[in-house]
Design a protein around this ligand. Structure first.
Ligand code: IFM
Length: 727
């Protein structure tokens, strides 16, 4: 199944639908708002890297001037779904081509009827090109008026980011608009070129901030009028002359058919690298393809100065800021299916190393402490205070920017996984090794000797489970920090063998003296791990003494346990926002035995807020459940993740795509149900555990430049199937 469809228009779900019908091309995304507009819409286009200052959230992606606008007036009556009658309605997003189509048969309040079809896509082949086509087939005789606009009067939920600097008309059918962000000083230019099946000329309306080309056509019943709008877009991040670039790209297309054909081919190349099919479960298949589509349209292909935000480019949520969601949830998808994209994302971290060093040094540490929320410069942009969800008139302190140190190890992990998967030694020598060493240096300097525990650890942190803040010795943090330091030491030894000059350079610039390295070894060897003899790991010091809760007592519920208990009180209960210990066990399988995983899985699973905790949790929980052979439970968690956006089960899909969950969905299918395991020496094997109703799973992945396709039949519907492979 490759299409997402909607057969009735429901204004109450318009924000959710705007999110899931988002189109994009890795340079920008446009939400699925209607061309003609609708009251209360959350219309937005976000362009990678176009940030501007904003109160509280520090900086945010500025909603770009709108390229979509098309007003249709039928015999003097404006087409709008807010009035008249919708006689037929169908919208679909074709994931195979990125083409969004909407077909409406509409009757105006005075009874003029027409079939109106819109199609749009963001060209994957030419990232500066946006394409829109409208076909109107009237059932009346009279006049059709078309008004195509570029609109600079846009805002971010009330906050305006643009000064509208210039606008104009180039020739009979081209108009343009230029705008400048108010604080960051980024120029953005849009140029639209219209093609019409009708002969009448276009008038130009020089409306302030909204250049408009207008055409009036004599309509006859059954005769289709077609208007095509090609829009070029560029910013001063791309060129010193963004307007010239935008005009050039708008002028390029020969015809709708030719750009659509190029689009089909470009998307065929994308899918060829990452296609997944699941026979026997259309919902799961659509969910994993939809997740891949959403990640691919957010993935920067030609720019390593940007990251993917927690809501991709599809909504206002988290303001375009990137989190650990990138390295731990999304990056593996790219590392194993589109390494060139993974590399751009890692290069972004490499480019933002100076900001990470600064963050560490401002806090009194060495090395690189990456921002918990990162935007254009890599400086910390986590808001310090946000409105409290229990009482919006009060403020709640956000501690993650101050205490979530695990982000540095997550970045290092992403770099290391990329290197192991691609075998790109050159990149690791040039960039990856420095990321590894600088993050290790941070963890070594942040580690505290804890006399009473006879070991090193981290006090006053937040782990992945954010229901508990200011904790000591969070297991995930300690385990990943230990891994980071050990892997940095191995990296250095490897560099000394492979690239002695670079090793010497890094030792010198990072001051990696023998004494310092000896201390790293000591810290790694004596890192505190709160582990009982049976293998159960305490999530942080004192966790086992907290009040246990039977989550079933709170069912049915529609709120997170954080909301139910309150931010402060949640600290006193054992309920987790998302798997914390289990995440560490998943990421570092070679360090833990299956028995250890089992004991921790059994303990933490009933204590996790799977339904309304973090959207990051369910897919990870599904993978560990698969490893435990608990396939039914795994499917339940997986399908919960699959429905986060498609069915809006959390009620917040209107804020944008849950990007980490999208990455997690792919990981759950490939590493969970498909059981793909990749060893650090490049060998791989699969040990599938397909849900009973899946007849066949097929997926592909790339390892060290070679693409592999795995097909797993579930003929017996219960036996597991073992595949092995080597590179
Ligand atoms: O990074 C996550 C975090 O783990 C939980 N809250 C939301 C963030 C962004 O998705």
């Amino acid at each position: 199944m490759w299409t997402l469809t909607e057969n009735t228009f429901d204004p109450a779900s318009q924000h959710h639908k705007e999110t899931i019908f988002t189109i994009g091309n890795g340079y920008l995304s446009t939400r699925g708002a209607l061309e003609e507009g609708y009251p209360g819409e959350s219309r937005a286009t976000f362009v990678h890297g176009v940030f501007d200052a904003a109160p509280i959230v520090v900086t945010e992606l500025a909603n770009a001037p709108d390229w979509l606008g098309l007003q249709i007036v039928l015999n003097g009556e404006k087409f709008s779904l807010a009035q008249g009658q919708i006689l037929e309605y169908h919208r679909q997003l074709d994931l195979l081509t990125g083409l969004l189509t909407r077909r409406v048969r509409w009757q105006s309040p005075t009874g003029q009827t027409a079939v109106i079809q819109f199609e749009r896509f963001a060209s994957l082949e030419d990232e500066h090109l946006l394409c829109l086509r409208c076909q109107i087939t009237p059932e009346f005789e009279g006049e059709i008026e078309l008004r195509a606009t570029l609109n600079g009067h846009v805002d971010n939920q009330g906050l305006r980011h643009w000064n509208l600097t210039r606008q104009g008309r180039k020739n009979g059918q081209t108009a343009w608009l230029e705008a400048l962000t108010r604080q960051s000083g980024i120029t953005l230019a849009l140029a639209m070129r219209l093609l019409s099946s009708a002969r009448s000329a276009f008038d130009y309306w020089d409306a302030e901030g909204q250049p408009t080309l207008r055409q009036v056509v004599h309509a006859r019943p059954g005769e289709t009028v077609t208007l095509t709008k090609f829009v070029g877009i560029a910013t001063s991040r791309d060129s010193d002359h963004p307007l010239a670039l935008a005009l050039e790209h708008a002028a390029r297309p020969q015809s709708w058919d030719s750009v659509l054909e190029a689009q089909r081919q470009a998307w065929a190349r994308e899918w060829q690298r990452c296609e997944v099919s699941i026979e026997g479960d259309e919902e799961a298949e659509l969910a994993v393809r939809f997740s891949l589509f959403q990640l691919l349209i957010a993935a920067p292909r030609h720019d390593s100065r940007v990251n993917i935000g927690a809501k991709t480019l599809s909504g206002f949520g988290y303001r375009g800021h990137a989190f650990w969601d990138t390295e731990i949830f999304m990056l593996p998808v790219f590392t194993y299916t589109a390494p060139h994209i993974a590399r751009n994302l890692l290069d972004y971290r490499y480019l933002t190393l100076p900001a990470a060093r600064q963050k560490a040094s401002d806090a009194g540490y060495e090395g690189a402490w990456f921002a918990w929320e990162s935007a254009d410069t890599g400086e910390e942009v986590t808001p310090t205070w946000v409105p409290d969800f229990q009482d919006k008139k009060k403020l709640a302190r956000v501690w993650t920017g101050d205490l979530a140190i695990h982000i540095s190890a997550d970045v290092a992990y992403g770099a290391w996984q990329y290197w192991r998967a691609t075998g790109e030694d050159d990149w690791y020598i040039r960039c990856g090794a420095e990321l590894m060493l600088e993050t290790a240096k941070f963890f070594a300097s942040r580690a505290e000797w804890q006399e009473e525990r006879n070991g090193y650890g981290y006090r006053d942190v937040i782990g992945p489970d954010e229901y508990h803040d200011h904790v000591n010795n969070n297991a995930y943090t300690n385990i990943l920090a230990q891994w980071n330091i050990e892997t940095a030491l191995e990296t250095l030894a490897w560099l000394e063998q492979t690239a002695p000059q670079r090793a010497a350079e890094l030792k010198d610039s990072l001051n990696l003296t023998p004494e310092r390295l000896a201390r790293w070894r000591d810290i790694a060897a004596r890192m505190i791990l709160n582990q009982r003899p049976d293998g159960l790991i305490e999530q942080f010091d004192g966790y086992f003494n907290l009040t246990d809760v039977n989550l079933a007592d709170y069912e049915p519920r529609t709120r997170s346990m954080h909301e139910i208990f309150g931010i402060e009180a949640a600290n006193h209960y054992q309920v987790l926002k998302q798997p914390d210990v289990l995440m560490a066990l998943y990421l570092l399988p070679e360090r833990f035995t299956p028995e250890q995983v089992r004991v921790n899985y059994d303990y933490y699973t009933p204590r996790t807020d799977h339904t309304y905790g973090s959207s990051l949790g369910p897919s990870m929980q599904a993978i560990v459940a698969c490893q435990m052979g608990d396939v039914e439970a795994a499917y339940e968690h997986f399908i919960r993740a699959a429905r986060a956006d498609l069915r809006d089960v959390r009620g917040n899909a209107g804020d944008g795509i849950h990007a980490a969950s999208a990455g997690g969905i792919w990981q759950a299918v490939v590493f969970g149900f498909g059981g793909l395991r990749i060893h650090s020496d490049g060998r791989w094997e699969t040990h599938s555990r397909l849900p009973r109703h899946w007849k066949r799973l097929a997926f592909c992945f790339t390892l060290r430049g070679q693409q592999h396709t795995v097909t797993q039949d579930n003929l017996l519907h219960h036996d597991s199937i073992l595949h092995r492979g080597t590179r």
